[in-house]
Structures are given as structure tokens and as C-alpha cells.
Write a protein that binds this ligand. Structure first.
Ligand SMILES: Cc1cc2nc3c(=O)[nH]c(=O)nc-3n(C[C@H](O)[C@H](O)[C@H](O)COP(=O)(O)OP(=O)(O)OC[C@H]3O[C@@H](n4cnc5c(N)ncnc54)[C@H](O)[C@@H]3O)c2cc1C
Length: 346
């Protein structure tokens, strides 16, 4: 079939490919088919040929927020659109459109070096630009939505390219329509950001201000370097210890439950929420449930950050999943708080 050969060549289609290099847990799951379309034309050709409704279908960026429990008997699509395009510049703000296949941290570095400011706190978050809106990535007091303008995506329902504005994406804490009501509907191809020409340093979160002043920092590039150094000290490097960052979200807990926990733990850390709930650090709950630094076989929690589950080498996706479920059950039993996963389980 001529079209199939064309698709195979254009999108670098591969059969029975190991995904080990495509997920930061380092799980050796296999994809029946794997393709990397590099532009919209290749993507549409691919979708025409392998209609997504006939085959199980998965989009993958750099696999830093995915846990494969088993092989994937379908088509894995890895959007490879590249490019950083200056769309508008009014002297105070710039609007930049970035390809989904660009690496997130390379983009943040490029933006900071160009004098396009506002993303410094999100430095060193693993993954691709196209995945950043999915869970509205956030760190150190900044979320992607704060700098987001719009995105371009292929709508698998309408079979056409669409532009979604910020209000349409329902960005929330580690969530968006792409993780909820529109899960699996869109393939994000480009994301546009509105950034400032003048530095706009966000130093209000936890240890950032102190580390910034200790380092004698004054510029956005200094802030980026401070964030990188904090992250390097705190989080395991997926190249040496397979992991996907925070495995669970910080839960928003009803005040009644919160007050019950506080009876036994008067020092419980929490952040009040507008809807009369309290956000409790999941790491604290996991630690108090006895899971800090705990290891079972090849899987464990990271000693200095129990929210991160680590593949110490050779663990299967199922082992990691089972370990995470034990944590979840223990926290639920002890505190009546059900932890929601941040990681996408496939
Ligand atoms: C060490 C470490 C630290 C981390 N720290 C943070 C942190 O501080 N803050 C934070 O928010 N996250 C953090 N994460 C999680 C992760 O970096 C982000 O979720 C990141 O956005 C995932 O990007 P990815 O390309 O690897 O996505 P993947 O894991 O490949 O995919 C994630 C989800 O997005 C979907 N998806 C991917 N690309 C597209 C696309 N183009 N169109 C539609 N759907 C798509 C996938 O189907 C999947 O559901 C961390 C992870 C690690 C390993």
C-alpha cells in the first residue's frame, strides 16, 4: 500500500519498539507501533492511515509523567514539531509559539537568554513543551497557565486543527481539560506563551528567596540557576534513578477531616483553600504513614522526598504500581485521605 509506505517513511514508524528510552521510570514496555510526526501534514497522514478508533492510541512526549504497567498494543504517537517563533513584540511583552516536540527546559533556557521572562521558576522540569499544558506544570509558586496564551492542537473528534484559548483549557492545580473531560481528544502541536521583557522575579515560595539571596542573585538567569540547584539537590535524576517526579498530587481535604488529623498532629503543614478546604502536602502524609525512604525490592520512595517513587533498577511497571497502591491504601487507612495520582498509568 503506497500510502502506508509513505507514512512509514515520513513518520519514522517503528514496529514492536521498546519504550525504555521513552519513559523516565525506565520501564521496558513495548509499543506495537511507534511514530514521530514532525509536522501537521505528517500527523494527519498518519491519522488517516491508522484511524485512531481502530487501534489503541497513546500520545507520548518524553515519558516523564507516565507509568507503563504493561506493553502497549497500539499506536504510540510522539509529536515531534519543532520551532520557536516570535509572533508579537510590543516592547513590553512577547508572544512566542513553540513546537510540541521541543524540550521544556531547553525552551525555558532559550527564553531566559533571549530576555523573555516569566518561566524561570519552571526550570529543569523534565518533558516536552506539548505536554506542559496537560497537567499545567508548576513549581516554586509558578504554574504554566500564568504564562500561557493559547495552543494549537489536532482535534481527533472534529478531525481538524483547532486553537484553544486559555479559558477553554480549564487549567487547575496539576490539571486541565486534557486530563479530565477532553482526555485523549487533542494532540497538542504548538503552545504559545506571553512573556515579559522586564524581569518579573517570583521569589515568594519556600526556600527560593533565601537561596536566591544567599547566591547573591539579581537577574532572571540567576533565579533559573538557583531553581536548578535546588531541584538537583532535592530530586533524583531519572538518568540514574528512574522516577516520574511527584507520584501523587497534594490533596485538598475537607476542613472536618483536616481538623480531625490536627488533633493528633497539631503541627500538620497546610495551605488554606478558597473553598474551605486545606491543601496538605502528600509527602507529609506519606512520611507519617511510614513510607519515607521505604524500599521493597527494586522499588522505593526517595529518602529526601517520599512523594517520588523510584525504580532502583529492573522494576516492572506493575511492581511500581503495586507499591504506589500500598502507599495510597495506608494513607487512606490512617488519615481518611485518598491520594490522587499525578502520574498517568498506562
Ligand atoms: C524528576 C522529575 C521532576 C518533575 N517535576 C515536576 C514539577 O516540578 N512540576 C510538574 O508539574 N511536573 C513535574 N514532573 C512531571 C513531568 O515533568 C511533567 O508532567 C511533564 O510535563 C511531562 O512531560 P512529558 O513530555 O514527559 O509527558 P509524558 O509523560 O510523555 O506525557 C504526559 C501526559 O501528557 C500526554 N501528552 C504528552 N504530549 C502530548 C501532546 N502533545 N498532546 C496531547 N497529550 C500529550 C500523554 O498522553 C500523557 O497523558 C517531574 C517529573 C520528573 C521525572
Amino acid at each position: 500500500m503506497q500510502n502506508e509506505i509513505e507514512v512509514l517513511q515520513m513518520t519514522d514508524m517503528q514496529h514492536d519498539l521498546s519504550l525504555k528510552e521513552f519513559n523516565t521510570f525506565g520501564i521496558d514496555a513495548r509499543a506495537a507501533l511507534f511514530a514521530r510526526p514532525e509536522n501537521l501534514e505528517q500527523l494527519t497522514l498518519l491519522l488517516e492511515e491508522y484511524d485512531h478508533r481502530q487501534l489503541p492510541f497513546l500520545i507520548i512526549g518524553e515519558g516523564s509523567n507516565i507509568l507503563f504497567k504493561s506493553d502497549f498494543e497500539g499506536l504510540v504517537v510522539n509529536p515531534g514539531m519543532k520551532g520557536i517563533e516570535l509572533m508579537e513584540d510590543n516592547g513590553q511583552q512577547v508572544l512566542i509559539r513553540v513546537g510540541a516536540g521541543e524540550n521544556w527546559d531547553n525552551w525555558v533556557q532559550h527564553a531566559t537568554e533571549q530576555g523573555w521572562f516569566g518561566l524561570e521558576n519552571l526550570s529543569l522540569i523534565p518533558g516536552s513543551v506539548g505536554s506542559a499544558p496537560i497537567q499545567n506544570i508548576g513549581a516554586y509558586g509558578v504554574e504554566m497557565k500564568d504564562r500561557f496564551a493559547w495552543l494549537d492542537a489536532w482535534d481527533l473528534q472534529q478531525k481538524q486543527s483547532v486553537r484553544l484559548q486559555k479559558e477553554e483549557c480549564s487549567f487547575r492545580y496539576r490539571s486541565s481539560i486534557f486530563k479530565t473531560e477532553a482526555r485523549g481528544r487533542y494532540i497538542i502541536t504548538h503552545v504559545a506563551f506571553r512573556l515579559n521583557r522586564a524581569p518579573d522575579l517570583k521569589l515568594g515560595y519556600g526556600p527560593v528567596k533565601e537561596a536566591f539571596s544567599l547566591a547573591g542573585g539579581s537577574t532572571p538567569l540567576d533565579l533559573r540557576n538557583v531553581i536548578i540547584s535546588i531541584r538537583n539537590q532535592k530530586l533524583p535524576d531519572p538518568d540514574t534513578h528512574g522516577n516520574a517526579g511527584s507520584f501523587f498530587k497534594n490533596p485538598l481535604v475537607d476542613m472536618t477531616i483536616f481538623k480531625c488529623i490536627r488533633v493528633d498532629y497539631p503541627d500538620i503543614p497546610n495551605y488554606p483553600d478558597s473553598e474551605n478546604r486545606a491543601k496538605i502536602p502528600a509527602a507529609w502524609l506519606i512520611e507519617k504513614a511510614g513510607w519515607k525512604g521505604k524500599r521493597m525490592g527494586n522499588v522505593g520512595t526517595w529518602p529526601s522526598q517520599p512523594l517520588v517513587i523510584v525504580n532502583y533498577g529492573g522494576a516492572t511497571g506493575q511492581e511500581i504500581f503495586d507499591f504506589s497502591e500500598q502507599i495510597r491504601n495506608d494513607v487512606d487507612r490512617k488519615f481518611s485521605v485518598y491520594l490522587e495520582r499525578e502520574v498517568n498509568v498506562v
